[in-house]
Design a protein around this ligand. Sequence first.
Ligand SMILES: [Zn+2]
Length: 331
Amino acid sequence: MSRARLTLDLQVAGRQVGDLLIPWSDDRNPLGRYPVPVITVSGTPGPVVLILGGVHGDEFEGPAAIMRLARDLAPDALRGRVVMIPAANAPAFAASRRCSALDGGNLNRAFPGDADGTPTAMIADWLQTWMIPRCDAVIDLHSGGKASVFVPCSLPQAGISPALDAANADLALAFGLPVIWQLGAQNDDRSVNAACARAGVACIAAELGGGGGVDPDVTDMAEAGLRRVLHHLGVIASAPPPGPQANATWVELSDPADHVMAPARGLFDRRCHAGARVSSGDLAGWLHFPEDPTRTPVVLRFPQAGLVLAHTARGLVDRAEMLALVARDIG
Ligand SMILES: [Zn+2]
């Protein structure tokens, strides 16, 4: 039984703003509650759509798109209910960090959660046991955050059931980003996608650039994608023109050996971009050693042809750190 309490009644029509209150007792606030803001817009009976941003607290493009949408959705023009949580791990968002400042928790590695656990575990448990089962679809907006940069892509999970696989793929096509990164059996079962799969609810995540700020073009793509998905589900009557889904590139991460990892601690002098097509042997960058200038730089090459899905946004990198993710085309 969840200890979290939602201050909204989701049966009520119209626009509401409230909080999911997470019990949290510390030195400063011994009988406290930590608020996670929730916005709902409800019209006539219809589908329930949950839109999450800030599952990681340093990824801002999704929360920005959600805040635009939340101001604009009109209850009297809406069929169903849209539940928006723009800073789902609010203690992480407040600190502009990937993980919670209260407990260090990574919400996208916290499912199915724990009703008696840390704040991050309690948020995950509430989503898994209370909120997600009440939904017809879930959109979970991510980006590379401060640490990395992704080509804008949507992430449907496959291999669940034929019906849910198809529903997830349809959400990705409706969202309309140029790249669709299909999650398979390797997907982490502690993620929002996996929580939705367990609940039998359609879901996509999206990776919306990164670097720790807000790119205007990518945020526009995210806002348009949300509207297209709501239109696809019959929640709103009109939507922006279709995205480039007819030409969407479907990719998967099949082999960890495809990625470029840092062989040592050093300065990554990157020579590749997210979204670029690379061939086996192409230059990914050099690793320099400014603290030991006599040391010869390491030449880093892509081991495999594919699409550069993401790269690190960091300069000084540690040994075994991910420098570039390379995805392979499906089909
Ligand atoms: Zn994320």
